[in-house]
Design a protein around this ligand. Structure first.
Ligand code: HPA
Ligand code: ZN
Length: 338
């Protein structure tokens, strides 16, 4: 391990943009398919990995939803989340905010309780075992209707005290944030935080809508906001957190080369960017791989890496005292790596 690798791994960090279904590695997919008697259209783990060649978001989503079909019981959701937490802990993640897509499961007859109870038990185990805290973000699928999102929010009602926020994911183009303005307002009225994918494939207009119509607390991705100088200035002034996912951007052709990733332009423009893995089983790396990729490709300094890690806590949905504690831990780590 190089000094930089050790620095990246050791740096205390939060992961704010992680779809738990996107952490399902092919090996576990096969094991769950066997356990549940579910057919999958691949003969081997190698064949699955070979299918992970995407030119746009929808190519990925088709495979990601098919992969999720092997998940049936709360034990499955527990095992998937635990596998993620083990990887995250070994990458120096001390807090994670997990998105999950209930509709992907409830629409094929899996009870909401099975999904969330499996995730919650893994979250408790990760905290007990690694001191890794976590929160849940219930994400609405934007290719479905707002009415369906309302039904999902109603299903979540008994667990609302264990859900930090709602999110918005899936096929961005053609499904602008405005489609979900009412359900986001309802979620806000219930005391939930709000985040939405915007400006991954969609235009800057979708980022404006996420701000003005959804009134989000964070923007997931946000890359295309950079096409609009006024919007970039506004995001910087607001201190709006962007949950950026470099290897995802590369795999989904949001950028054509990691050497042209705009992470340093974001930081120089005063944007509160963070580094995240999005769907690590599909995009070729966990959070430390993402830090390493942009550090190497864009020549990020240690100071930049520390800024990114600090942003991951100040942009989290943790209470202020917990954030202060994590920032102090970063200071202590940096002091020990002078
Ligand atoms: N973008 C949109 N929807 C998603 C993603 C993503 O990267 N991952 C899982 N759902
Ligand atoms: Zn995402």
């Amino acid at each position: 391990m190089t000094d930089l690798d050790a620095f990246i791994t050791g740096l205390p960090k939060a992961e704010l943009h992680l779809h738990i279904e996107g952490s399902l590695e092919p090996e576990l997919m096969f094991a769950l398919a066997k356990r549940n008697g579910v057919e999958i259209p691949y003969a081997s783990v190698e064949e699955v990995r070979a299918a992970y060649a995407f030119t746009r978001l929808q190519d990925f989503l088709d495979i990601y939803y098919a992969g999720a079909m092997v998940l049936r019981t709360r034990q499955d959701f527990h095992d998937m989340a635990m596998a993620y937490f083990e990887r995250a802990a070994s990458d120096g993640v001390v807090h994670a905010e997990l998105m999950f897509d209930p509709q992907t499961h409830t629409d094929r007859g899996i009870a909401f309780a099975e999904v969330i109870e499996g995730l919650l038990s893994a979250m408790a185990e990760a905290e007990a075992k690694h001191g890794l805290t976590s929160r849940l973000i219930l994400s609405f699928l934007r290719h479905l209707s707002e009415e369906a999102a309302f039904e999902t929010l109603a299903m979540a009602e008994p667990w609302l005290d264990r859900i930090a926020a709602v999110g918005l994911d899936s096929s961005e183009l053609g499904h602008p944030p405005v489609k979900f303005a009412q359900v986001f307002a309802a979620a806000r009225a219930k005391g939930l935080k709000l985040t939405a994918h915007a400006g991954e494939e969609g235009p800057p207009e979708y980022v404006y809508q996420a701000l003005d119509l959804l009134k989000v607390d964070r923007i997931d991705h946000g890359n295309r906001a950079l096409e609009d100088e006024g919007l970039t200035r506004r995001l910087a002034k607001l201190g709006m957190t962007l949950t950026v996912c470099p290897l995802s951007n590369l795999k989904l052709c949001v950028i054509d080369d990691i050497a042209r990733h705009p992470i340093d332009a974001m930081l120089q423009g005063g944007l509160k960017a963070t580094i995240n893995s999005d769907d690590p089983a599909y995009f070729g790396g966990y959070i430390a791989d993402n830090y390493r990729a942009v550090a190497a490709a864009r020549g990020l300094s240690r100071e930049d890496l520390v800024t990114l890690a600090r942003n991951s806590f100040t942009g989290s949905f943790l209470p202020a005292e917990a954030i202060e504690g994590h920032l102090a831990a970063i200071e202590a780590f940096v002091a020990g790596h002078g």
